[in-house]
Design a protein. Structure first.
Length: 163
Protein backbone atom coordinates (compact mmCIF):
# COMPACT_ATOMS: atom_id res chain seq x y z
CA UNK A 1 0.00 0.00 0.00
CA UNK A 2 0.95 3.61 -0.38
CA UNK A 3 0.69 5.26 3.06
CA UNK A 4 -1.70 8.21 3.07
CA UNK A 5 -2.75 10.11 6.19
CA UNK A 6 -6.50 10.23 5.43
CA UNK A 7 -6.63 6.61 4.35
CA UNK A 8 -4.65 5.56 7.39
CA UNK A 9 -6.94 7.53 9.69
CA UNK A 10 -10.06 5.93 8.19
CA UNK A 11 -9.01 2.37 7.55
CA UNK A 12 -6.95 1.81 10.61
CA UNK A 13 -7.88 4.23 13.38
CA UNK A 14 -11.63 4.60 12.72
CA UNK A 15 -12.16 0.89 12.04
CA UNK A 16 -10.21 -0.22 15.09
CA UNK A 17 -12.11 2.20 17.31
CA UNK A 18 -15.38 0.59 16.17
CA UNK A 19 -14.36 -2.82 17.50
CA UNK A 20 -13.90 -4.14 21.01
CA UNK A 21 -11.07 -6.45 20.01
CA UNK A 22 -8.86 -7.61 17.17
CA UNK A 23 -8.83 -11.19 15.92
CA UNK A 24 -5.57 -12.18 14.29
CA UNK A 25 -3.90 -15.29 13.04
CA UNK A 26 -0.32 -15.93 14.15
CA UNK A 27 1.38 -14.33 11.15
CA UNK A 28 -0.67 -11.13 11.27
CA UNK A 29 -0.30 -10.88 15.05
CA UNK A 30 3.48 -11.22 14.86
CA UNK A 31 3.70 -8.73 11.98
CA UNK A 32 1.51 -6.16 13.74
CA UNK A 33 3.33 -6.59 17.04
CA UNK A 34 6.71 -6.12 15.35
CA UNK A 35 5.53 -2.97 13.60
CA UNK A 36 3.31 -1.32 16.18
CA UNK A 37 4.18 -2.38 19.70
CA UNK A 38 5.11 0.69 21.70
CA UNK A 39 7.40 2.39 22.30
CA UNK A 40 8.72 2.92 18.79
CA UNK A 41 12.16 4.39 18.20
CA UNK A 42 12.10 8.16 17.78
CA UNK A 43 11.46 9.08 14.15
CA UNK A 44 10.50 5.51 13.19
CA UNK A 45 7.23 6.70 11.61
CA UNK A 46 5.42 9.93 10.75
CA UNK A 47 3.51 11.66 13.56
CA UNK A 48 0.19 11.03 11.78
CA UNK A 49 0.65 7.28 12.35
CA UNK A 50 0.79 7.70 16.12
CA UNK A 51 -3.00 7.57 16.74
CA UNK A 52 -3.06 4.16 15.08
CA UNK A 53 0.00 3.05 17.04
CA UNK A 54 -1.70 4.03 20.32
CA UNK A 55 -5.01 2.44 19.29
CA UNK A 56 -3.58 -0.91 18.24
CA UNK A 57 -1.18 -1.03 21.16
CA UNK A 58 -4.04 -0.63 23.64
CA UNK A 59 -6.53 -2.89 21.82
CA UNK A 60 -7.57 -6.27 23.16
CA UNK A 61 -6.33 -8.97 20.81
CA UNK A 62 -7.27 -12.59 20.24
CA UNK A 63 -4.74 -14.75 18.40
CA UNK A 64 -5.74 -17.93 16.60
CA UNK A 65 -2.72 -20.22 16.66
CA UNK A 66 -1.91 -23.84 17.23
CA UNK A 67 1.84 -23.18 17.29
CA UNK A 68 2.32 -20.26 19.66
CA UNK A 69 2.85 -21.25 23.29
CA UNK A 70 1.90 -17.84 24.66
CA UNK A 71 1.13 -14.27 23.62
CA UNK A 72 1.26 -10.92 25.33
CA UNK A 73 0.62 -7.36 24.02
CA UNK A 74 -2.93 -7.39 25.44
CA UNK A 75 -3.55 -10.70 23.68
CA UNK A 76 -5.13 -14.05 24.45
CA UNK A 77 -4.68 -17.29 22.53
CA UNK A 78 -7.68 -18.85 20.82
CA UNK A 79 -7.45 -22.64 20.65
CA UNK A 80 -9.73 -25.47 19.66
CA UNK A 81 -12.62 -25.31 17.24
CA UNK A 82 -12.44 -21.99 15.35
CA UNK A 83 -16.18 -21.76 14.68
CA UNK A 84 -17.11 -22.33 18.32
CA UNK A 85 -14.45 -19.94 19.62
CA UNK A 86 -15.40 -17.11 17.26
CA UNK A 87 -19.13 -17.61 17.80
CA UNK A 88 -18.50 -17.32 21.54
CA UNK A 89 -16.51 -14.10 21.04
CA UNK A 90 -19.28 -12.70 18.83
CA UNK A 91 -21.90 -13.47 21.53
CA UNK A 92 -20.09 -11.29 24.05
CA UNK A 93 -21.58 -7.81 24.50
CA UNK A 94 -19.95 -4.91 22.72
CA UNK A 95 -19.17 -3.51 19.30
CA UNK A 96 -17.61 -6.61 17.78
CA UNK A 97 -14.34 -7.88 16.35
CA UNK A 98 -12.05 -6.62 13.62
CA UNK A 99 -9.85 -9.02 11.68
CA UNK A 100 -7.39 -8.91 8.86
CA UNK A 101 -4.79 -11.00 7.15
CA UNK A 102 -5.14 -13.82 4.65
CA UNK A 103 -5.64 -17.27 6.17
CA UNK A 104 -7.90 -16.35 9.09
CA UNK A 105 -10.37 -14.25 7.04
CA UNK A 106 -10.55 -17.09 4.51
CA UNK A 107 -11.38 -19.58 7.28
CA UNK A 108 -13.95 -17.19 8.79
CA UNK A 109 -15.57 -16.59 5.38
CA UNK A 110 -15.81 -20.36 4.82
CA UNK A 111 -17.61 -20.64 8.16
CA UNK A 112 -19.98 -17.74 7.41
CA UNK A 113 -18.68 -15.79 10.40
CA UNK A 114 -17.90 -12.45 8.71
CA UNK A 115 -20.69 -9.89 9.04
CA UNK A 116 -19.00 -7.14 7.07
CA UNK A 117 -16.07 -6.87 4.65
CA UNK A 118 -14.03 -3.81 3.86
CA UNK A 119 -11.76 -3.91 0.83
CA UNK A 120 -9.34 -1.12 0.08
CA UNK A 121 -8.10 -0.87 -3.47
CA UNK A 122 -4.80 0.96 -3.71
CA UNK A 123 -3.57 2.66 -6.89
CA UNK A 124 -0.60 0.35 -7.30
CA UNK A 125 -0.19 -2.84 -9.32
CA UNK A 126 2.11 -5.29 -7.59
CA UNK A 127 2.09 -8.30 -9.91
CA UNK A 128 2.97 -10.70 -7.10
CA UNK A 129 1.98 -11.68 -3.62
CA UNK A 130 -0.83 -13.66 -2.02
CA UNK A 131 -4.38 -13.47 -3.32
CA UNK A 132 -7.13 -12.57 -0.89
CA UNK A 133 -9.60 -15.44 -0.37
CA UNK A 134 -7.63 -17.79 -2.63
CA UNK A 135 -9.17 -21.24 -2.33
CA UNK A 136 -12.61 -20.10 -1.12
CA UNK A 137 -14.82 -23.14 -1.71
CA UNK A 138 -18.04 -21.25 -2.48
CA UNK A 139 -19.22 -17.93 -3.80
CA UNK A 140 -20.25 -15.33 -1.25
CA UNK A 141 -22.51 -12.68 -2.76
CA UNK A 142 -21.99 -9.24 -1.27
CA UNK A 143 -24.02 -6.03 -1.11
CA UNK A 144 -22.17 -2.69 -1.26
CA UNK A 145 -23.07 -0.56 1.78
CA UNK A 146 -20.54 2.27 1.48
CA UNK A 147 -17.73 3.58 -0.67
CA UNK A 148 -15.13 6.18 0.21
CA UNK A 149 -12.46 7.65 -2.07
CA UNK A 150 -9.22 9.12 -0.78
CA UNK A 151 -6.91 11.78 -2.21
CA UNK A 152 -4.29 9.13 -2.86
CA UNK A 153 -6.65 7.40 -5.30
CA UNK A 154 -7.35 4.54 -2.90
CA UNK A 155 -10.99 3.46 -2.53
CA UNK A 156 -12.46 1.78 0.57
CA UNK A 157 -15.57 -0.28 -0.14
CA UNK A 158 -17.65 -1.83 2.61
CA UNK A 159 -19.86 -4.84 1.90
CA UNK A 160 -22.24 -7.10 3.78
CA UNK A 161 -22.97 -10.69 2.79
CA UNK A 162 -26.32 -11.04 1.02
CA UNK A 163 -28.73 -13.17 3.00
Amino acid sequence: MVPDEDLFRHVYVANLEQADALLFGRVTYEMMEAGWRRPAPTGARPDWMEPFARTIDAAKKYVVSSTLERVDWNAELVRGDLAEAVQQLKREPGKGLFTGGLKLPLALAELGLIDEYEFVVHPRLAGHGPTLFAGLSKHIDLKLVSRLEFGSGAVAMRYEPRK
